[in-house]
Design a protein around this ligand. Structure first.
Ligand SMILES: [Zn+2]
Length: 436
């Protein structure tokens, strides 16, 4: 039997399991760096299927993790994960927010290329709708966790990752090379990919794929095979520290952190535009001061930069840091910058996108196949893609079509579960194209 047909028939038998996994992850959503339950159950499954799993402190550079929640919050969510049926032994290895992992299967002789696929696992900080017409409510898998919801389909991505693992485990002797499944935490806020890359998740990878359900692909028969236009971005929190003083009798003794932050904010928005491509800068939030008659000793400025390329964003970031330093100096304050998230700009490679399009055509279920789409958002999968490209490999970012009940990050977000088996089949067939 042809490989494609064999994969199709096996994936059909997996469909009820894919839906069950998706609904289980949906019911117990976890936000960035707290994916203890999701990651522990997924990692255990991959171990059972014979994959070699790299996890815990081996899967990220600890200090490169951005936007990590405070230790007490991580501890609380770790306990919650255990109480909600997570794998206790593996959760222990993830203690402190080490929820990233990857899983390798060496297939056949192993003498072939390495293909890696990214699946993100985190949920959104959002309360889920309990309206009767919302399927998760009607079918009993609505979020059990307050103010956390899978509103971006990462529950589906994780289920697809497990489905692909089942296919590889069953037919691995047909292949030659290595399959690496990368389970990424904290995609929301673009925080989780970078520390996996610095730890080496993309080392030796020849072809890398990222997938996302929905976005601009809104019918089951649509497939977007490549993305360009993803903006590189840096998210930063800046804390200015001055000195409080009586505003009436001793203002001269104070150091005004609020003014330092304001000077920074107005000048940040005045950074010269870059001639080489699009840029963005936003100071989105400013919290400062203590009372009406006290010279403000504190200010926090929450900001981001974006650029059409990684280099252009680096220009925006370094200009921003220069202005922040100058503003602090001008007002006699000190400052500290915390990087809260970042993504690169890497565009998809047309050759890999074309290969994926051919795979989609062979499946016969897609009538709208788009080779390249321009999206001006950000996804830190681009760090993985950029690292692979810099080392001479190639990759692409694909959108799996599904009707959506409401836009992403909305309390009534939901997708058609048919996309799960289609996603598993597409990714599996693509693996066969590369390693078969
Ligand atoms: Zn997403």
């Amino acid at each position: 039997m042809a490989a494609g047909q064999k994969i199709h028939e096996f994936v059909e038998t997996l469909t009820p399991q894919l839906i069950a996994w998706r609904r289980d992850f949906h019911k117990y959503p976890e936000s960035g760096w707290t994916e203890f339950r999701t990651a522990s159950l997924a990692a255990r499954k991959l171990m059972q299927l014979g994959f070699t799993v790299v996890m815990g402190r081996d899967a990220v550079v600890a200090e490169d993790r951005m936007g990590l929640p405070p230790a007490e919050e991580l501890a609380r969510h770790e306990l919650r994960a255990v109480s909600q049926g997570g794998d206790e032994e593996l959760i222990k290895m993830m203690h402190g927010g080490f929820t990233a992992f990857w899983a390798d299967m060496v297939c056949g002789s192993g003498q072939g290329p390495t293909i890696a696929i990214r699946f993100d696992m985190d949920a959104n900080d959002c309360s889920e709708s309990t309206a009767a017409e919302h399927l998760p409510t009607a079918a009993g898998f609505v979020s059990e966790n307050p103010v956390v919801m899978h509103a971006c389909a990462h529950d589906g991505h994780t289920a697809i990752g497990l489905g692909v693992a089942e296919v590889i485990a069953k037919f691995k002797d047909d292949l030659n090379g290595t399959v690496r499944l990368m389970f990424q935490p904290a995609e929301e806020g673009v925080r989780g990919a970078y520390p996996m890359v610095t730890k080496g998740v993309t080392k030796g990878v020849d072809v890398v794929l990222g997938i996302h359900i929905g976005v601009s692909a809104k019918t089951l028969s649509s497939l977007v095979c490549g993305i360009s236009g993803f903006l590189a971005t840096t998210k930063m929190d800046v804390d200015f520290t001055g000195k409080s003083a009586h505003a009436g009798s001793h203002p001269h003794e104070g150091k005004n952190a609020l003014m330092a932050a304001c000077a920074a904010a107005t000048n940040l928005h005045g950074i010269a535009r870059h001639g080489g491509g699009d840029t963005r800068i936003t100071v989105g939030k400013l919290i400062a001061g203590q009372g009406r008659n006290v010279v403000p000793p504190n200010a926090r400025l929450v900001m981001e930069t974006r650029g059409e390329t990684t280099e252009i964003n680096e220009f925006m970031e370094s200009e921003a840091l220069r202005i922040i330093k100058g503003a602090a100096e001008m007002w006699g304050c000190t400052y500290a910058v915390t990087k809260m998230g970042a993504a690169a700009s890497a565009p998809s490679d047309p050759e890999v996108a074309a290969m994926l399009a051919e795979t989609g055509r062979e499946m016969g279920c897609y009538d709208t196949i788009v080779l390249d789409e321009t999206l001006a958002g950000s996804d830190d999968f681009t760090y993985m893609l950029e690292a692979v490209q810099k080392a001479g490999g190639k990759g692409t970012y694909a959108l799996l079509g599904s009707p959506l009940k409401a836009p992403h990050h909305n309390d009534r977000f939901d997708f058609e579960e048919t996309v799960l088996s289609r996603g598993v089949e597409l990714v599996s067939r693509m693996i066969w194209k590369v390693l078969g």
